[in-house]
Design a protein around this ligand. Structure first.
Ligand code: IMP
Length: 195
């Protein structure tokens, strides 16, 4: 069984990673459960850089297989904002404030120019220190109000057809989401490595 540390202590992420990787014979443990207390500064300007920073910080301490992800929302009419600043957009960590800010910045922007996507980059570092990355994208557009009770972050304003991603069940969202896609690409890589 391949054992790997997830460079996060977010229980929501741990569950999503386990759901996809455990059936492949991988044991995923959180950095907290591995007894590692590291919170590296995300100084990169891309999701790929920040994802690698998180994975490398844990690998340098644990010297075993590590997986990390970095994700966020890119809004085309805002030049790709909030991007790598998604979790701290507008200087707060408050999801409702983030959603209000995006909606207010898009005031007067018509439907066809409200295109946006969630992006996720997963970094895997194997026990020998070799690094691989996997990208997933989830296309949609920004709505005009918050809708739905599921999910987190920008889900209530991220429209996919007529519903927001906060109106999708976790299973529906996993099937089409950036994190689901990146995780499945990683899972395919792991399965081919084992052959
Ligand atoms: P990080 O990947 O933990 O650095 O967080 C990225 C930030 O992007 C989160 O705090 C959310 O604001 C946003 N984000 C990433 N993925 C999603 C998603 O699936 N739904 C809604 N917001 C997301």
């Amino acid at each position: 069984m391949t054992k790997m540390i997830l460079a996060s202590s977010n229980p929501h992420k741990l569950r999503e990673f386990r759901e996809i990787l455990e059936p492949l014979g991988c044991e995923v443990i959180s950095q907290h459960d591995a007894g590692i207390d590291a919170d590296p500064e995300e100084t990169g300007t891309t999701f790929a850089e920040n994802s690698a920073i998180k994975a490398r910080a844990i690998y340098n301490i644990a010297k075993c297989a590590v997986i990390a992800d970095d994700s966020g929302l890119e809004v085309d009419a805002l030049g790709g904002e909030p991007g790598v600043y998604s979790a701290r957009y507008g200087g707060t960590r408050d999801d409702i404030a983030h959603n209000d800010l995006v909606i207010s910045k898009l005031a007067g922007v018509p439907d066809e120019k409200r295109t946006a996507r969630f992006v996720c980059v997963i970094t895997y570092i194997d026990e020998n220190g070799a690094q691989s990355q996997f990208v997933g994208k989830f296309e949609g557009r920004i709505g005009y109000e918050m809708r739905g009770e599921h999910g987190f972050g920008y889900d209530p304003i991220f429209m996919v057809g007529d519903i927001s991603s906060a109106e999708m069940t976790p299973e529906q969202k996993n099937a089409v989401s950036h994190r689901g896609k990146a995780l499945r690409a990683f899972a395919e890589f792991l399965s081919s490595e084992k052959k």
